[in-house]
Ligand binder design. Structure first.
Ligand code: CMP
Length: 139
């Protein structure tokens, strides 16, 4: 089923000028970038985006990291886009990510893991709405 998901290229990756190489991996995996925006999250925005993790011990560090530089928010479209994107991203911890995945190739650590991707279609819808309005998305 054609689906959309929210992707974020994180500050560790923008700092190393990896946006184009990551986008090429997303496109080679069959995903289309139908909206894209470079932005810098405020602390309040990062806390809101990751609110589901607010009780985790890594929450404050995650917010500091996600506000440490630019991010590139994207809407990806394709067949089973949520799981397709999670496949090309690889596991959260790069040491456990499969060979050839974005996190295996580029991530610096479990925190600075280069990309975020929505984990379900429901979360994709709310995460897309966090960054984009309907008219920003050109399929
Ligand atoms: P992401 O897929 O964006 O979802 C939550 C983020 O929290 C995750 O990627 C990592 O950047 C970070 N994260 C997850 N687990 C840990 C951990 N154990 N220690 C530090 N950061 C983590």
């Amino acid at each position: 089923m054609t689906e959309r998901t929210l992707s974020i290229i994180k500050p560790d990756a923008t700092r190393r000028n990896l946006t184009g190489r990551i986008n090429a991996m997303l496109e080679e995996a069959g995903l289309r970038i139908v909206a894209q925006k470079r932005t810098r999250l405020t602390v309040d925005e990062a806390r809101a985006f990751y609110a589901v993790h607010k009780e985790r011990p890594f929450f404050d560090s995650l917010v500091t990291f996600m506000t440490s530089g630019p991010v590139v928010a994207q809407v990806l479209e394709g067949h089973d886009a949520v799981s397709r994107n999670r496949g090309v991203m690889g596991a959260t911890n790069p040491d456990q990510a499969a060979d050839g995945t974005i996190r295996r190739v580029f991530a610096e650590s479990v925190e600075a893991n280069s990309v975020h991707g929505s984990d379900s279609p429901d979360n994709a819808a709310s995460e897309i709405a966090f960054f984009f309005s309907a008219r920003d998305i050109i399929g």
